[in-house]
Design a binder for this molecule. Structure first.
Ligand SMILES: Nc1ncnc2c1ncn2[C@@H]1O[C@H](COP(=O)(O)OP(=O)(O)OP(=O)(O)O)[C@@H](O)[C@H]1O
Ligand SMILES: [Mg+2]
Length: 250
């Protein structure tokens, strides 16, 4: 589904990514962890087209996309979820989802207010909102939602956009423990739907609930790529987070 081969990315002579290679199969849920500044977000920027790598290649569903602009990658099924930047705050929750549905349809389907597409899109949007328990807030402006609810809305909007590969950058940063569980539930749901998910998180205990594989980045390189259990037990994890191989690191 996604193949990354030896990508490098430099800014003003500083190497931020240094020969990153990995493959992700369809339906896999992969966690990406690493210390602050290790290059996780930069990697997502390269995958989604906001950064163009200086070397290497990125292939999505068999198409080489290394230098394609973000919108062309999105059309191929790549869904980058930003931290609430992808939400139209002045629109209602329903309208947010409807715009995603419309963007995948011919314009004429919903061009006039009385077009049949408008009615069916609203009904479909409600189904999407139900998945994240936002149906009661369907007519509320997105700006009135909590930070965690906005994040759920953004992910579900990306699903309505028919994304196949989801890039989630710290989807639970700053959200309540209850909402964190909702985000975990939604990621499991994406997995059930056969979606491919890459999720950046700092909390390894949290991501191992839904990831079958964890990639660890350090100083722009992949240092571990294994099952959550193997990664947790690896001495390198202690070393890069705590600077030593001793200590329990919990
Ligand atoms: N456009 C840029 N210009 C200059 N430096 C950059 C740029 N993009 C990234 N960097 C630098 O690259 C390094 C990696 O940044 P990145 O945001 O990818 O890290 P991260 O692993 O996502 O960190 P965090 O866990 O804090 O989110 C940092 O040192 C950052 O300052
Ligand atoms: Mg980051």
């Amino acid at each position: 589904m996604l193949e990354v081969k030896d990508i490098t990315f430099n800014v003003k002579g500083t190497q931020i990514l240094n020969g990153i290679s990995f493959q992700v199969a369809q339906g896999e849920t992969v966690g990406i962890i690493g210390p602050n500044g290790s290059g996780k977000t930069t990697l997502f920027n390269c995958l989604s087209g906001f950064n163009i790598p200086n070397g290497g290649s990125i292939t999505l569903k068999g198409h080489e996309v290394t230098v394609l602009p973000p919108y062309k990658r999105a059309a191929l099924g790549l869904g980058r979820v930003f931290q609430n930047f992808g939400i139209f705050r002045e629109m209602t929750c329903t309208e947010n989802v409807v715009t995603a549905l419309e963007s995948r349809q011919p314009m004429w389907d919903s061009f006039f207010p009385w077009s049949k597409g408008n009615k069916t899109n609203r009904a479909r949007a409600l189904e999407f909102l139900k998945e994240v328990h936002l149906e009661k807030s369907c007519d509320k402006r997105a700006s009135s939602l909590s930070g965690g609810q906005m994040r759920l809305l953004e992910i579900i909007r990306t699903l309505a956009f028919e994304a196949e590969v989801f890039l989630l950058d710290e989807p639970t940063a700053g959200v309540s423990p209850k909402m964190k569980e909702d985000v975990a539930g939604l990621i499991r749901r994406l997995k059930e739907l056969g979606k491919t998910v890459l999720v950046i998180e700092h909390d390894i205990n949290f991501i191992q609930k839904f990831c079958s594989r964890i990639i660890v980045l350090d100083i722009g390189r992949i240092v571990l790529d294994d099952t959550p259990d193997k990664v947790r037990q690896h001495s390198l994890l202690q070393e890069i987070y705590f600077g030593s191989t001793s200590g329990n690191g919990s």
